[in-house]
Write a protein that binds this ligand. Structure first.
Ligand SMILES: [Zn+2]
Length: 324
């Protein structure tokens, strides 16, 4: 759950917010005390009371002393309240205004991650995805089924029903996603919405708090090659690809073909299978194409372990809409 980099970024952002809130509170206090010396006096008296309460422990009648101090403290707080009111300022004007009231921007509540950190991590991951893909344009809601009415399969029938079924499958898949969800093999011609639905699924799974790695197969393989031969750490290290809750390899087969890229594809697919973690592959290659490009073993893994989702359609004149 949760990408560690995203969690670190979330804590950094919360910490910056906390510092800012504290600084603003100090600034406000100084300003108001300078303008209204009585405010400064109240603050001093309240702090003295705090010190006195600690000392009552040694007094003859601790309870009586504490009660008296409490009354005095209450009176001072009321006076401060009235003063702020007379200045048209909110009651909490002198308190730090934290972004998250639950954890005061510390990021933790009773030792556990606060929801604000989870939300910030999700936002961070969604932004990262948007940086490397057209994900902002892709949602289940804006997947336009009407468009598929005009696209026909080989027999001339509209592919509308098939597209609708694919949409519903991906939607349900993301809603029910867990680390042990099945792997998916989305195949069919370019322009039929494979990447659109995959990115919509990626966003939905990220929103559930899962760590999702999305990459165009070409970029992923190039990064792994870098890592291997030049000991440079790319964006997609083998470790990231294997540890993510969900890995999406977009447009498999479009990458520059080398024996290395075939070996990487093999390692990723086998590695994820061994770890019992799901992959979503999108590709123009049907299973024969996978076989000839990546060999028998990968083809049989995909046949045996992946849920095939076919995107049908031949009407290339209509294929403008989904270039992604
Ligand atoms: Zn919080």
């Amino acid at each position: 759950m949760y990408n560690q980099k995203a969690i670190a970024a979330a804590f950094a952002a919360a910490s910056a917010d906390r510092s800012r809130a504290l600084a603003v509170a100090i600034e406000r206090k100084e300003q108001i005390e300078q303008q209204y010396p009585r405010m400064a006096a109240i603050a001093r008296e309240l702090s003295d009371i705090g010190a006195s309460i600690a000392k009552t422990f040694y007094s003859q009648n601790p309870q009586q002393s504490v009660d008296a101090l409490a009354v005095e403290s209450l009176r001072l707080q009321e006076e401060r309240k009235a003063l702020l009111e007379s200045l048209d300022l909110p009651q909490d004007y002198l308190e730090p205004q934290f972004y998250c009231k639950t954890c005061s921007d510390t990021g933790r509540v009773e030792g556990k991650l606060c929801n604000c950190i989870k939300q910030r991590a999700i936002d961070y991951s969604l932004e990262e995805l948007a940086r490397i893909s057209p994900s902002e344009r892709c949602s289940f809601e804006n997947f336009d089924l009407a468009y598929y009415k005009n696209i026909t399969d080989q027999s001339g029938k509209s592919v509308y029903e098939k597209a609708k079924a694919n949409l519903e499958y991906l939607k349900a898949y993301s809603e029910d996603f867990s680390e042990h969800s099945k792997s998916l093999y989305l195949f069919g011609k370019t322009g039929l919405g494979k990447t659109h639905l995959t990115l919509a699924a990626a966003k939905a799974v990220i929103r559930k708090g899962y760590d999702v790695v999305y990459g165009m197969a070409g970029a992923v393989f190039a990064d792994i090659e870098k890592e291997k031969f030049k000991s440079l750490e790319g964006k997609y290290t083998m470790q990231r690809l294997l540890e993510a809750d969900l890995l999406i390899l977009d447009d498999l087969g479009s990458e520059f073909q080398t024996s290395f890229s075939a070996a990487v594809a093999h390692n990723i697919i086998e590695g994820r299978l061994l770890a019992g973690k799901p992959v979503i592959i999108t590709t123009n290659l049907d299973i024969d194409g996978i076989h000839s490009q990546y060999g028998e073993r990968i083809a049989s893994r995909i046949i045996g372990e992946y849920v095939p989702i076919k995107f049908e359609g031949n009407d290339v004149r209509q294929l403008r809409k989904f270039r992604y």
